[in-house]
Design a binder for this molecule. Structure first.
Ligand code: NDP
Length: 407
């Protein structure tokens, strides 16, 4: 029975709060704060209608550490779940330290002026959280999040060592728009236009954005082109699964998406440095976000499935030589929408955020000897998390493949 404060009322925040309300034995008192309070209220109404649970709603600018600390103090939660944007991570961690409350997020910190994500800034909080006896859990979404739990489950149950790991993220959904992103457009476009990086023989190898393409036949979706990208779990996986020779992250994009993105890039609309327009400083990418559809608005029209999983090759635990396993989840956009009013990209992130919070609040996941600190998903027993995926709407399967990926 625990009190929780969620910050961020976008698609992911909406799913997490709905799923928390569906688990009243763990989340007995739910509060939601965000920059625009009307979005919290709309989520509150939907939660009440679907589950009968009433939640508290508040306006907050989470960049303001003092104001966030005051809000946390007035509510008194055991845990703050940060589902705002990566820019707010450090400010919310500071507010948690100031008020003595545990912390969870789904995306690692990014400074606004450099399109670069690294765990370094948040790992530097390790001593402060440890000294305060508080726990911070980083990256508890699907990717990052479940993809790391999948890898650790394979290491626990199937493979003694992982030699190669490929994370395959396919969104086979069609929202009927010419161009739209399935989560925050600014964060999504910064991620996609950044150079690709993969882990190879102890170091990251950089290649130009979207320059490596493969086709893969995704169950429930069909054959799709997928592109090599950098994704933040590669950094934590490289740290916690040090034997890996190679780790890569792939994401599918349709030709129309790539065409639109190429034009937007060529004309400078994805720039994140300020330009002067009519005497006012604007960031082109932020302006672009303002004219693109809100991801949350895509829910009613999106059809199709997501299919996200890990393919790992390594030495089998049972001594039978080298083996390849594929663990994945397939999620249906329309089913996700029917349950929480949000499409599958928000659903596949919001459900693991709720599960990560449940792991912390029930004590299933805690630091060694109950100590605090800043933790990644790879540091905990994957089993209770994998069990909850099955019961909370993201069932997974594991199959043995006859050979490693041919590319
Ligand atoms: P949205 O843009 O839909 O929602 C973000 C919410 O945060 C909005 O309600 C926004 O308010 C609020 N917000 C922004 N800035 C502040 C601030 N300074 N103070 C308070 N609230 C603020 O994003 P999503 O819901 O799609 O994504 C949420 C998070 O999840 C992001 O960090 C994203 O990177 C991450 N994510 C992680 C994934 C994973 O698998 N690990 C996958 C997808 C997303 P307003 O409405 O006023 O703009």
């Amino acid at each position: 029975m625990s009190k929780v404060l969620v910050i961020g009322a976008g698609g992911v925040g909406s799913v997490a709060v709905h799923k928390m309300a569906m688990n009243p034995g763990i989340f007995s008192d739910i509060h939601l704060a965000s920059r625009t309070v009307s979005k919290c209220e709309a989520i509150g109404e939907s939660v009440k209608e679907r589950t009968g649970v009433a939640i508290g709603t508040y306006a907050i600018d989470a960049d303001d550490v003092e104001a966030t600390s005051a809000l946390i103090r007035s509510i008194g939660p055991e845990l703050v779940v940060n589902l705002a944007l990566p820019y707010q991570d450090l400010a919310i961690m500071d507010a948690c330290l100031a008020t003595g409350v545990n912390y969870l997020d789904t995306a690692n910190y990014e400074p606004r002026d450099v399109a670069k994500f690294e765990y370094r800034w948040q790992w530097e909080y390790q001593d402060r959280f440890k000294d305060a006896g508080l726990m911070a859990l980083l990256g508890s979404g699907f990717d990052p999040g479940v993809t790391s739990v999948f890898a650790m489950w394979l290491k626990k149950h199937k493979l003694k060592t992982i030699r190669t790991l490929d994370i395959l993220d396919c969104n086979g959904g069609d929202h009927g728009q010419h161009f739209a992103t399935n989560f925050n457009p600014e964060i999504n476009i910064r991620e996609v236009t950044a150079p690709a990086r993969h882990w190879q023989d102890g170091q990251f190898v950089e290649t130009p954005a979207m320059s490596t393409r493969q086709s893969f036949d995704f169950e429930g979706v069909g054959a799709k082109n997928m592109y090599l990208m950098y994704h933040e779990e590669l950094e934590s996986l490289a740290r916690f699964v040090p034997e890996m020779e190679r780790a890569r992250f792939w994401m599918t994009f349709g030709d129309a998406y790539i065409q639109h993105l190429t034009v937007l890039q060529n004309v400078g609309m994805t720039r994140i440095d300020p330009v002067i327009y009519n005497g006012v400083e604007i960031i082109p990418l932020q302006f672009l976000k303002a004219v693109l559809p809100e991801p949350a608005s895509l829910g009613p029209t999106t059809k199709g499935k997501t299919n996200i999983g890990d393919i790992a090759t390594g030495e089998a635990l049972d001594g039978s030589g080298e083996k390849t396993f594929y663990v994945k989840n397939i999620c249906d956009h329309e089913e996700a929408y029917a349950e929480t009013g949000n499409q599958a990209v928000s659903y596949t992130t919001g459900v693991p955020a709720m599960i990560g919070a449940a792991m912390m609040l029930t004590g299933a996941w805690e630091g060694p000897n109950g100590e605090g600190g800043v933790f990644n998903m790879e540091q905990f027993d994957p089993d209770p998390f994998m069990d909850m995926l099955n019961t909370q709407g993201l069932p997974w399967t594991c199959e043995e493949l006859s050979e490693p990926l041919p590319f």
